[in-house]
Design a protein around this ligand. Structure first.
Ligand code: ADP
Ligand code: MG
Length: 687
């Protein structure tokens, strides 16, 4: 329930004076549909103006000139600007409009006085103003000397945005303080409304900085609101009862059947998961670990635990090939323990599928492994208690929920991610989940040697590849796909495959995202079975595919990939006991780009690489997370404000711990904050 005091802010922008049918859609585009969205629209700049005369005007400054219009010089050809000559007692100035028209004769009529403002340019030793931003008939004193610049859009004058933002500011009520007073005092942050006042009335460039106290205050408000929403979600999940699952004979047998000893990190993760499963509350846990860190074994044990307790579980993978691989590995181990595991994918024929569905519905099959096919309506479980999602970022929240909805009670959730992310991002993305991290790699792996080389040395690389392949090695060769010109990139990858085929005299496979699923899979399968020694691929075609014999990874234009992505790609080699190599070929490299690639040479720890990548890339969307449900903050920048994220997370948990229903004085204020940002309603986080 939204508190009444916020109603004016949650009214449509059309309730503001001067927002008609024409402006409204433009405002919605720039800010959003609500008055609140205008209130939260941060200015991006500040224009300083100076009142001066034609002889004193300086190039580059934004001048205010008090002039008389001399005459109009119409364009002499299409595309030429409309010029207006104007003068003051000290000299003259040309006012220039591209795409000008006769309406200018009304705006600046010949013989009349006008006050104009705009950026001064010098052209042919004469001063001119291109597209004056203010033209007035009144006195110069009416033009503000400092003017706030807002984001805008085609056809929407910035000053309209400014006027409306200030209008929105007027409707902002004084609200009870939701922040801890001691914290605010220590930070020397203003109150909420005062912070917004300064936001919309910056006096200096420093006021525009994301580190200015009012902006930090607003960023912290936003982060706290988000962390609260996540913490509340976590809290409400813990009140959902879910089956009590404890290890039993099947768990023992699966553990015994694993051809290896669990690593310390795997054991720790199993302990954490078991505590959740036995709690009677619904588990929501993220298992993070690099490619190859052994997440599957951990999941297998959890599923065996469920089976031991007489419950069903499901393992969902994003692709057919991954689902098959999981099934191939896990089914024998599970069957050996008396647990039947069926594989469900989109490729099953109706006749193949029918008995599997029947077995799941009757409970005769205990484990379902599959792709998106798993959450389809036709799939019914007898008693689903645990859902495991592999490569969780490849699924939407919705898909995960549809699978979880197939249980009678709460269904425990274990999501797995092979994309280590910095702790701060973990909190913003998965603040409602508990996290287990696998930082340790299974033993017996030789580290991957990484080389960073210029593209110019590509022939040398191809020759070395030829020698290695002659000795039985397999290699991936990755060509980047840059969104703007997919066709060209694709052609480049195709050409590369042809060249390598000719150069190596060998079978070279090609896999890319534009191929149909079946073709792509047959190439991938041929590669994984060793029939094709070299595979050229455009992107991360199949994350998580395990081909232990592949020991060489060549990445062309490595500078075009994110570090996390490169690290993931590299993770596909070094999976067997043989020495592996990763060759990063770069095109043009700036200083930062070189430093970035160097991080990969130094480290094989995905968590460390993620932190470094985050640090080097600065703000914005360093890991391409926006597409994967990463929150779009208005004030907060996960990079710059990372300390605030950590603080907000602690703060949120503490607030809920002290006042779980938010009924105390601060609790009620905090509820207003929550409504103000409305994280629950409009932007669910990834899980
Ligand atoms: P992930 O899913 O985390 O990328 P996998 O579960 O596919 O990694 O494991 C990668 C490889 O490591 C598999 O071949 C698996 O059998 C092996 N493996 C897993 N855990 C261990 C371990 N504790 N000791 C040795 N090998 C392991
Ligand atoms: Mg995996």
């Amino acid at each position: 329930m939204r508190p009444e005091i916020l109603f004016p802010l949650f009214a449509e922008v059309t309730t503001l004076k001067g927002v008609g049918a024409k402006v409204a859609p433009q405002i919605r585009k720039v800010a959003g549909p609500l008055v609140r969205d205008l209130l939260f629209l941060a200015p991006t700049g500040l224009i300083h103006r100076r009142a001066t005369t034609a002889d004193q005007a300086m190039e580059g400054e934004v001048a205010i000139l008090d002039v008389v219009i001399d005459r109009h010089i119409r364009p002499h050809k299409i595309g030429a600007p409309w010029k207006v000559r104007a003068s003051d007692p000290t000299g003259f100035v040309h006012l220039i409009w591209f795409r000008g028209g006769p309406h200018l004769e009304r705006l600046v009529p010949s013989g009349e006085r006008r006050v104009v403002s705009g950026k001064v340019e010098i052209f042919n030793n004469e001063i001119q103003i291109l597209h004056p931003d203010v033209v007035k008939a009144e006195a110069a004193g009416d033009i503000p000397l400092a003017e706030t610049v807002y984001p805008s859009t085609e056809g929407l004058a910035r000053r309209i945005v400014r006027r409306l933002a200030l209008e929105a500011l007027k409707t902002a009520p004084d609200l009870p303080e939701w922040q801890d007073p001691a914290w605010i005092a220590r930070k020397r942050w203003p109150g909420w409304r005062a912070a917004l006042e300064t936001l919309h009335n910056p006096q200096t460039e420093a006021d525009l900085s994301p580190d200015a106290p009012p902006r930090l205050r607003l960023a912290y408000d936003e982060l706290l609101a988000h962390q609260l929403a996540l913490a509340r979600r976590r809290q409400s999940r813990q009140t959902v009862s879910a089956p009590v699952i404890t290890p039993g004979p099947a768990s023992e047998q699966v553990l015994a059947a694993l051809p290896f000893e669990l690593t310390g990190a795997q054991k720790q993760a199993v302990v954490e998961i078991r505590a959740d499963l036995a709690s009677g509350e619904q588990m929501g846990r993220l298992l993070q670990g690099d490619v190859g860190s052994g997440k599957t074994a951990v999941a297998a044990i959890a599923m065996a635990d469920a089976a031991s307790s007489g419950r069903q579980s499901a393992l969902m993978a994003p692709t057919e090939i991954l689902a098959r691989q999981h099934h191939q590995r896990l089914a024998p181990m599970l069957e050996n323990a008396g647990v039947r595991a069926v594989l469900l994918t989109g490729r099953d024929t109706a006749a193949e599928r029918r008995p599997k569905l029947a077995a799941l519905a009757s409970g005769e099959a205990t484990v379902a492994i599959g792709t998106h096919a798993l959450f389809q309506d036709a799939v019914q479980f007898h008693d689903l208690a645990l859902a495991v999602i592999d490569e969780q970022h490849r699924f939407g929240v919705n898909e995960r929920q549809r699978l979880q909805a197939k249980g009678r009670d709460g269904v425990h959730l274990l999501t797995m991610s092979a994309t280590p992310i910095p702790r701060t991002l973990e909190l913003t993305q998965y603040g409602d989940l508990d996290v287990s991290r696998l930082r340790e790699k299974p033993p017996g792996r030789t580290p991957v040697t990484t080389a960073v080389l210029p593209l110019a040395r590509i022939d040398e690389v191809a020759n070395r590849l030829k020698a290695a392949v002659a000795e039985g090695a397999q290699a991936y060769w990755i060509c980047p796909l840059v969104a703007e010109s997919e066709a060209i990139d694709l052609a480049a990858a195709e050409a590369r495959a042809v060249e390598l085929r000719a150069h190596l005299g060998l079978n070279v496979g090609l896999a890319h995202g534009q191929m149909n699923g079946a073709d792509r899979e047959s190439v991938m399968t041929a590669f994984s079975e060793g029939h094709v020694p070299v595979l050229v691929a455009t992107t991360v075609v199949e994350v998580g595919v395990d081909v232990p014999n592949a020991t060489i990874m060549v990445i062309e234009h490595a500078d075009r990939f994110g570090l996390a992505q490169l690290h993931q790609l590299r993770g596909r080699v070094g999976r067997g006991s043989k020495q592996s190599a990763c060759i990063l070929l770069y095109g043009d490299l700036g200083e930062v780009a070189r430093e970035r690639l160097d991080v990969l040479r130094r480290s094989e720890d995905g968590f460390e690489i993620a932190e470094e990548d985050f640090r080097l890339r600065g703000g914005g969307d360093p890991l391409g997370l926006k597409q994967s449900g990463f929150p779009a903050y208005r004030f907060a920048d996960p990079m710059r404000h990372r300390d605030l994220i950590l603080a907000a997370s602690d703060d949120a948990r503490l607030i809920l711990h002290r006042d779980p229903d938010l009924t105390g004085e601060r609790g009620r204020a905090v509820q207003v904050l929550e409504s103000l940002f409305d994280w629950r309603a409009d932007r669910p986080a990834a899980d």
